[in-house]
Design a protein around this ligand. Structure first.
Ligand code: SAH
Ligand code: SF4
Length: 380
């Protein structure tokens, strides 16, 4: 972990990338580059905004309502770029996994899952790797960690919209209707950027994904939860996974800092929470670890008074994982108890398992390759 550096952004490209900027950032950069006053800069920013986020154009030449001279001026200074797509895999169930390159040696994954939410959900990464070491999660075993910038996270959405050919935004029949921050990383350790990303992608004049269709999943970074709700009005998901502190300490080590009672108190106080805006509690089913009937009953008891949905996630194995997934009968028995307590359809069907795209299986291929090279070298 010697190179752990969460704060420093990637090296600046020669031409500044406008894709990923907030309205305010666009306005500021235009005012500065062209010496525009506030009103003119705002007008220009609004024009560009629509081209970038509603129409998805990447060439200034396509911006037909902007004077030719201005377009040339823009092209001299800026680009509208996407992260480079270095790999694209389509699962037998239609799930698409992408590997996107953000810079030298920096790759992240994002996954598009059809038939989730209103139409389909894109699972985005908020960090390269993760500093938290949840014992059942593949991402947590990746050494290289840094926060992704706003542009790098928005870039995932843009690149996938390109691939799905979903421009202009806002089509009734769109396939990408929901965004979940459930890819690599802990979004609440990168809240400044996550908050700006949500501002960009929820804007009705652009990508236009409603805040109610955006879910941020956290392992339980309690001090940032309130700000998440206040700033973004996003839906909240909590990776609970255990019903007592000693077990959660082991599975989700951040629990040692913010134990279950503290976490649930923060949930009760989450801005906007109520029966119409429930918090999702994720619970990974680990064979012989957290999957007894007694634990199902304890889960129900714990969540009393919290407007909650429960999502049971069959454990998705990865190479070298120290756990197994609970049997299907066990998961159903557990789900039955939870169901009878009034929580509907709680089992999350594993998607894209054949391409290691399911929850917790993500880890940059570049890192995997390095690890396998190291093993090969070691065995020589
Ligand atoms: N860091 C955040 C968001 C990313 S993880 C968080 O922990 O909430 C997204 C979800 O996948 C979390 O609920 C996480 O606990 C779960 N997960 C991680 N590894 C998994 C695995 N191998 N099988 C099933 N779910 C897993
Ligand atoms: Fe990080 Fe979430 Fe994986 Fe835990 S489950 S290691 S917090 S990505």
């Amino acid at each position: 972990m010697a190179e752990l550096d969460l704060a420093s952004p990637p090296p600046q490209a020669a031409l500044q990338n406008l894709a990923g900027m907030t309205r305010a950032e666009l306005q500021a950069v235009l005012a500065e580059s062209f010496g525009l006053d506030g009103k003119k800069a705002r007008m220009r920013a609004n024009q560009l905004w629509r081209w970038i986020y509603h129409y998805g154009v990447t060439e200034f030449g396509d911006m037909t309502d902007i004077a030719k001279e201005m377009r040339a001026g823009l092209a001299e200074r800026f680009v509208i770029a996407r992260p480079e797509m270095t790999e694209r895999q389509v699962s037998t169930d239609g799930t698409r996994k992408y590997l996107l390159k953000m810079g030298p040696g920096i790759e992240v994954e994002c996954v598009f899952i059809p038939d989730v939410g209103r139409a389909g959900a894109l699972c985005v990464s908020s960090q390269v790797g993760c500093t938290l070491n949840c014992t059942f999660c593949h991402t947590g075993t990746q050494k290289l960690v840094r926060n992704l910038t706003t542009a790098e996270i928005v870039g995932q959405v843009l690149a996938v919209k390109d691939d799905l050919e979903e421009w202009p935004s806002g089509d009734e029949n769109r396939r990408l209707s929901n965004i979940v921050f459930m890819g690599m990383g802990e979004p609440l350790y990168n809240l400044d950027n996550v908050s700006k990303v949500i501002e960009v992608i929820s804007d009705g004049d652009g990508i236009s994904i409603s805040r109610r269709r955006i879910t941020v999943s956290t392992s339980g970074v309690v001090p940032e939860m309130h700000r998440l709700g206040e700033e973004t009005a996003a839906m909240l998901a909590i990776s609970l996974h255990a019903t007592n502190d000693p077990l959660r300490d082991e599975l989700v080590p951040i629990n040692r800092k913010y134990p279950i009672a503290t976490l649930l108190e923060a949930c009760r106080n989450y801005p906007g929470v109520g029966n119409a805006r429930r918090i999702t509690f994720e619970y990974v089913m680990l064979k012989g670890v957290n999957d007894t009937d007694a634990e199902a009953r304890e889960l129900v008891r714990l969540l009393k008074g919290v407007p909650a949905k429960i999502n049971l996630i069959p454990f998705n194995p990865w190479p070298g994982a120290p756990y197994e997934c609970s049997s299907w009968e066990r998961i159903e028995a557990f789900a039955d108890i939870v169901n009878r307590a009034g929580y509907a359809s709680p089992i999350r069907t594993p998607r894209g398992r054949d391409i290691l795209a399911a929850c917790g299986q993500l880890k940059s291929a570049s890192i995997k390759k390095r690890a396998s090279e190291a093993r090969r070298e070691a065995s020589l």
